[in-house]
Design a protein around this ligand. Structure first.
Ligand code: PEP
Length: 255
């Protein structure tokens, strides 16, 4: 039995004031929800202010990235201890936008996961194929490579402390969602990779989120799939009513 986890990736949006307004509205609706784990991931500069709103709330805080060194001469970077200090418990690692625009690779993602775990942060590790990779029949190969490269050297106990997010790049921010069957097929593959690499017990407990134009209208069908344990949500998490509706739809699905 895996508890559904819904995380909002606010990307590069919201001033501190806007972030506080959004999380205050969301909190009013879902702060006492216990059936589903809820996470919001604002920009670094808003982490502390959002954390202050979430005191006594079941809504948890996450960051969108980190640097693998804890401190030192790394101008412009933010480390796991600082993210934790700002009140976060989760961190998104290896989002496709970071791979695409900031040169992240499986090797850098692997190091970032280590830094997150060392601070007790839960990494949300993202994998996903490009449209041309899907169209050329390479989805399984790409997901397998990303999975193995990102998680190389980790133990089953480490992996149990992670969340995996399957985010087909062609579905992110495009309004084009993977069908429940398409998503389930890749989630099942990831579950098998977890079993092969880290044992069946690990595969049974690790949660795998779907991400890519998830919204209130399609979340129910997605999370009804046996290997889909929640969602990583971009656009639809920027409005409290749509994000809260997604959470309510998830509560209504008996898994
Ligand atoms: C994301 O940024 O992780 C994402 C899935 O975005 P969207 O929901 O807007 O497609």
């Amino acid at each position: 039995m895996r508890k559904t986890i819904i995380a909002g990736n606010w990307k590069l949006n919201k001033t501190c004031k806007e972030a506080v307004e959004l999380v205050t509205e969301l909190n009013r609706e879902v702060s006492q929800v216990t059936e589903v784990d809820i996470v919001v991931c604002p920009v670094f500069t808003a982490l502390r202010d959002v954390s202050d709103v979430l005191v006594d709330s079941n809504v948890k805080l996450g960051a969108q990235n980190l640097y693998w060194e804890d401190a030192g001469a790394f101008t412009g970077e933010v480390s796991a201890p600082l993210i934790k200090d700002a009140g976060a418990q989760y961190v998104i690692i290896g989002h496709s936008e970071r791979r695409q625009y900031f040169g992240e690779t499986d090797a850098t993602i692997n190091k970032k996961i280590k830094a997150a775990l060392a601070q007790g942060l839960t990494p949300i590790v993202c994998v996903g194929e490009l449209l041309e990779e899907r169209e050329s029949g390479d989805t399984e190969k790409v997901i397998t490579e990303q999975f193995k490269g990102s998680l190389a050297g980790y133990s089953a106990d480490d992996v149990k402390r992670m969340v995996i997010a399957y985010e087909p790049v062609w579905a992110i921010g495009t309004g084009k969602t993977a069908t429940p069957d398409q998503a389930q097929e890749v989630h099942k593959l990831i579950r098998q990779l977890l079993a092969d690499g880290f044992g069946q017990e690990t595969a049974d407990v690790v949660r795998i989120q779907y991400g890519g134009s998830a919204k209130p209208e399609n979340i129910t069908e997605l999370i009804q799939q046996p290997d889909i344990d929640g969602a990583l949500v971009g656009g639809a998490s920027l409005k409290s009513d749509s994000f809260a509706q997604m959470i309510k739809n998830c509560i209504a699905v008996a898994k």
